[in-house]
Design a protein. Structure first.
Length: 282
């Protein structure tokens, strides 16, 4: 078996996916943490048992995808109860969710949908974040989305919107660097200016992932199905210079590679963090 290089920074983790569980359990690679989608572990299953075993050696971050914090409807109390029960068992290092909505009339949609950035949606989103944090007994990190459309009336710039959510609710921000790059390409804004508009003290985690170019239209799609692209690495370096060496995750959800490839991506993130974290934040 190829000898693995150690991860260059203690702050880098990977998303735990089922094809890699056995190999991680057997080899215990050097990683700062593992991150899982919370909804996959809310029932008593073998997957939960194996996660609890790995939890003995690795901190775990819970990444929720179904709280639907941006919905105009009330939060699902049953889902919150199950989420809290999982938090109590895992004792995660971080808990995160999305600046999005995904449910209506009791039906969960298989997507994270955008919301308009205006005062009404800001008030509603902040109320839901506060309710969720109280119910979970846990500070949330809210992730910025990848964007493919804009509402006609959306006068608050996205980084200002999410920054105001953090200010009002005390939540943190999960800065998805790939999402910023994808959205910047799709809508023609400066991704570094987006980073500069985020509040430094609120950044609790960074996500990195791959994307691809759509075939029939000039847009990028955040698909978590390939290595991190060079311009995203460059934007990550800018993020580290601004925010410091915060916990960083390599996300890979489709076209899963070998664990060796994931660890190589994590190692590169660690090397960049090591080089750039000594530069004073702007």
């Amino acid at each position: 078996m190829t000898k693995r290089r150690p991860i260059a920074s203690c702050s880098v983790g990977i998303g735990l996916r089922s094809p890699h569980v056995s190999e991680i359990a057997a080899t215990r690679p050097e990683l700062a943490f593992l991150e899982v989608h919370a909804e996959n572990y809310m029932a008593e299953t073998l997957a939960l048992d194996r996660l609890l075993e790995l939890r003995r050696d690795y901190p775990v971050s819970l990444h929720g995808v179904a709280l639907s914090l941006g919905s105009a409807e009330e939060l699902d109390r049953r889902h919150l109860h199950r989420f809290k029960a999982l938090i109590e068992r895992i004792e995660p290092m971080l808990v995160s969710e999305h600046l999005a909505w995904s449910a209506i009339d009791g039906t969960y949609l298989n997507d994270l949908l955008p919301l308009p950035y205006n005062e009404t949606s800001l008030d509603l989103f902040c109320r839901h974040v506060e309710e969720a944090q109280e119910a979970l007994g846990q500070r949330l990190l809210i992730e910025n989305p990848s964007a493919y459309l804009r509402y006609r009336y959306s006068p608050i710039p996205e980084p200002e919107f999410i920054g105001e959510v953090a200010l009002r609710t005390g939540c943190g921000i999960l800065c998805d660097v790939n999402n910023i790059y994808v959205s910047a390409w799709n809508f023609g804004f400066d991704p570094v200016a987006y980073l500069d508009a985020l509040p430094v003290d609120a950044i609790g985690e960074i996500h990195l992932a791959g994307h691809h170019a759509a075939e029939d239209v000039d847009i990028l799609v955040d698909d978590h199905g390939s290595r991190v692209a060079k311009p995203v690495w460059e934007l990550y370096a800018a993020a580290i210079r601004r925010f410091g060496s915060v916990p960083t995750l390599i996300e890979w959800d489709t076209n899963l590679p070998t664990l060796e490839v994931l660890l190589d991506e994590a190692n590169h993130a660690g090397e960049l963090a090591h080089v750039h974290r000594y530069v004073d934040a702007a």
